[in-house]
Structures are given as C-alpha cells and as structure tokens.
Design a protein. Structure first.
Length: 173
C-alpha cells in the first residue's frame, strides 16, 4: 500500500485532536472529491513498519484522542492488509484511542465481507465508520465529520452486535 499523508494534528475528521492516515488508491472516483490525487494506488510513498511506528508515536500523547483513516479508500481490497495491520497494532498498544474510518463503501457491504478478504475483520477493529460515497448533489457544508448528507456516522460495535447499521447519535446531529 502507498499513502498520501500522515497528519499529526487533525481536528476535522473525527472528535478531538486526532492523527490521520490518508491512504492511496480509490475506485469510487466521487465527483469533486476533495483528494482526487489519492485515487492512484501508487500516489505518495510506500506504507510499512516505519510508518506504523510513526503513527503509534504520534498517537501516544494523552491529548490525542485517536486515529482517523481516510483516503483514497482504506477498504480497497489492495489496502486492507496494511490498514488491518495498523488497526491491530493500535488496538494492542493504545487500546484507549478511538479509530474512525471513512469509506465510500456501505457498512452492509463491509459487514457481509463483500469487499476484499478482510473487510469484516477490519470493520471489527473500528469504533466509528463514516460510510457512503461523497455525492456532490447532497453536499452540505453544515454537517459534522462528513461532506454529503447520504453519508452515515455509524457506531461500529453497536452495529455489529445488532447486525444492522446503528447511527452514532452523538455525532449525526
């Protein structure tokens, strides 16, 4: 996997101060995507152990609330193994941190394992999923943590338990 950027301070892509990983590679190609350069799977630099260690270090301070995964598309089948490794490491080494992920895929597709070999396992490591593609006709600058009103902010643990998407009341308003 390649990545476009690691932001050590991000307050736009989830609650509190976060570290964000922008992965490369996306097949959704949403109209007026805010990050179209990340559609290319080879954009940026290779992602590996050095980057995982950097992210873990950046996440360590108490004032950092968690990790946000964006793109590109973290759930692209080609990206899943590297993203899953990162999620496992954060869960093991910094279990108090929250993990948010933005995906153009829908929760239902991911939970059913219809996207690549690791979509369900990756989903199980998340706290929150912002799902659905950005839709220009539904763009709403007044929304928190999402760009268009078709996108949902999903409480992943509650959703997996209920076997249906459970919206995060705290963040959907």
């Amino acid at each position: 996997m390649h990545y476009a950027d690691i932001k050590k301070v991000d307050v736009a892509n989830g609650p509190g101060v976060r570290v964000s990983l922008f992965v490369s590679g996306c097949t959704h190609h949403c109209e007026e995507c805010f990050n179209p350069e990340t559609w290319d799977f080879d954009y940026g630099a290779p992602f590996g152990e050095t980057e995982i260690e950097k992210i873990l270090t950046l996440l360590s301070p108490d004032h950092i609330r968690g990790l946000s995964l964006l793109g590109g598309e973290p759930f692209e089948p080609e990206n899943q193994p590297a993203v899953l490794e990162l999620v496992h490491r954060v869960r093991k080494e910094l279990p108090q941190k929250t993990i948010w992920c933005y995906s153009g895929y829908l929760f239902e597709e991911l939970a059913a394992g219809k996207v690549g070999d690791h979509s369900r396992e990756l989903l199980e490591g998340l706290d929150v999923l912002v799902d659905g593609p950005f839709v220009l006709a539904k763009k709403d600058l007044g929304l928190r943590f999402r760009g268009s009103n078709n996108q949902r902010i999903i409480d992943v643990p509650a959703s997996l338990k209920a076997e249906t998407a459970v919206l995060s009341e705290e963040y959907m308003n």
